[in-house]
Design a protein around this ligand. Sequence first.
Ligand SMILES: Cc1cc2nc3c(=O)[nH]c(=O)nc-3n(C[C@H](O)[C@H](O)[C@H](O)COP(=O)(O)OP(=O)(O)OC[C@H]3O[C@@H](n4cnc5c(N)ncnc54)[C@H](O)[C@@H]3O)c2cc1C
Length: 97
Amino acid sequence: MEIEALRSFVYRVAAMVDRNEKVIKEAAMVKLLRSETYNRVADKALQIHGGICYISEYPIERFYRDARITRIYEGTSEIQKNIIAAQLQRNYKRGRE
Ligand SMILES: Cc1cc2nc3c(=O)[nH]c(=O)nc-3n(C[C@H](O)[C@H](O)[C@H](O)COP(=O)(O)OP(=O)(O)OC[C@H]3O[C@@H](n4cnc5c(N)ncnc54)[C@H](O)[C@@H]3O)c2cc1C
């Protein structure tokens, strides 16, 4: 469910890019949501399969490990939140002017 919701959002932002629209806020939202979703999904996958998938013989261990770094590289989740907040603040100020 979360992956499908994320997929729809990614397509919406990609369509905005195709229309040459500004996507500073939306790009940060996609990156943040994608990283956080990936981590939740990887965590659930490991939990469903139990201890066997914690060991390196199974691909879920790698999936789980790879998920973690996405919250750090290419702009950490906290930095994406800063970008989103700054953009919302800017839009709010513009709306008041
Ligand atoms: C496997 C791997 C591959 C990488 N590949 C690349 C690459 O190809 N190209 C590249 O340029 N870099 C790459 N990096 C570096 C990556 O982009 C940085 O690790 C990332 O930007 C975070 O910087 P940092 O590790 O110095 O953490 P720091 O900046 O020290 O941050 C530490 C923590 O503090 C938080 N934080 C920092 N500043 C703020 C703030 N203003 N507000 C709120 N929270 C804040 C962060 O969110 C984080 O949780 C890679 C890193 C790894 C581990």
